[in-house]
Write a protein that binds this ligand. Structure first.
Ligand code: UDP
Length: 375
């Protein structure tokens, strides 16, 4: 017997919303549910005092993929924001990611050649002595002093583990440059949706049945029965009742303040890299838009342990957790009614462009349609 819906989609973040939007466009009937009281997942922005506030932390769109850039631009115009942040370490301000100006601030180095010689002097040419730990890798790139100022405190707060127990791939996301370019990202296309991300989700989910404040696990049997297929974008371990154990993840706690001044820190993001400061960064939302509103809103970001109930932000992709994840993934392969994906479902530390690419790939596979999804 045909079920009421072709797809039940659990989660209205990027992955879930794109799936819902594209499947609906192809004529499939979708029901989208979310346990939160709003759509958009962690990209959600809400307007307070005419300022777009990133309720779950700043999200800067950046990609080299022209197709993905054009795709997302169909749902919103983007401003030309480029991410330039600063680091505060023991009340001194530094340029970051590590670039020629950072090396000038610390060593008085002026030219790219001097910078190269300096970084070369830190290299241990005996690669067999270097483990894959984040600590070994970064010290071998930039030396101990820069590691101490920029990496150690921030990373250990962020991940809740010592740097010598973390894999180096976490830090390889960040460029190290021998020029004065201090843009945080290398990608060709960058920006922030004008008027925030929520608008994008409103457009994508327009005309699709969405039930908010609706937790799949409160009514699992009911939801499993009303739809042919389920696309689940939440915690995969919970979906399988933790039968292979819990996956570790990091969560975040945000403390937001509305201030009666026009500019608090002069930049969107200030990273606090010292272990003595409990938060990792402060974002000042209005600087993402550059609109000069009156007053300002800032958010302190604290990294916390994932306890199974708080929100998921970062997977801990070490061998132990990846093995558990792969065991759950194998269960999914055995069940052709269930698809588990997105940054949370897929247990991957990936950016928005990759999440969109993964969702579009799934739609192409499911619909058997290799066509351009741009129309
Ligand atoms: N990181 C750091 N110091 C900084 C910023 C980042 O040590 O000032 C490290 C930290 O381990 C972090 C990783 O680099 O988890 C990736 O940083 P990114 O800014 O890409 O993290 P996200 O914005 O995804 O939280």
């Amino acid at each position: 017997m045909n079920k009421q819906y072709d797809y039940l989609i659990v989660g209205t973040g990027l992955f879930g919303s794109i799936c819902a939007h594209e499947f609906s466009k192809s004529g499939y009937k979708c029901l989208v549910i979310d346990k939160r009281n709003h759509i958009g997942g962690n990209c959600y922005t809400e307007k307070i005092d005419d300022i777009n506030v990133y309720k779950y932390g700043g999200h800067i769109f950046h990609t080299n993929d022209e197709y993905i850039w054009k795709y997302i631009n169909k749902y919103s115009k983007f401003n030309n924001y480029q991410h330039h942040l600063k680091v505060n370490y023991n009340n001194k301000i530094y340029s970051f990611p590590i670039n020629l100006f950072t090396l000038y601030q610390i060593y008085g180095i002026i030219t790219p050649e001097e910078a190269k010689n300096k970084l070369d002097s830190f290299r241990n040419n005996n690669i067999f002595n270097i483990s894959n730990s984040l600590e070994d890798w970064i010290i071998n790139q930039v030396g101990r002093e820069l590691y101490q100022i920029f990496i150690k405190g921030y990373t250990e707060k962020q991940w809740g583990k010592p740097c010598n127990e973390l894999p180096s791939n976490i830090i390889k996301r960040i460029p190290i440059r021998l020029t004065y370019n201090d843009c945080y990202y290398n990608e060709k296309y960058q920006g922030i949706p004008i008027d925030g991300y929520t608008k994008i989700f409103n457009k994508m989910l327009n005309n699709i049945e969405v039930r908010l404040n609706t937790d799949y696990f409160d009514n699992k049997d009911y939801f499993d029965n009303i739809s042919d297929k389920i696309i689940f974008t939440g915690n995969i371990d919970k979906f399988y009742n933790y039968q292979y154990g819990k996956l570790e993840y990091r969560s975040l706690y945000f403390h937001t303040q509305i201030l009666p001044i026009n500019d608090f820190q002069g930049v969107t993001t200030m990273n606090y890299t010292s272990a003595d400061v409990p938060y990792t960064r402060i974002i000042e939302h209005k600087h993402f838009d550059n609109k000069n509103q009156n007053g300002t809103i800032i958010t302190y970001e604290y990294s916390t342990e994932g306890d199974g109930n708080n929100d998921f932000y970062y997977p801990i992709n070490d061998d132990k957790n990846n093995n558990i994840y792969n065991a759950y993934k194998d269960l999914t392969k055995l069940n052709n009614r269930v698809i588990i994906g997105g940054r949370i479902g897929g247990y991957i530390y990936c950016d928005m462009d990759k999440t969109i690419a993964n969702a579009l790939e799934l739609v192409r596979k499911e619909t058997g349609c290799p066509k351009n999804l741009m129309n």
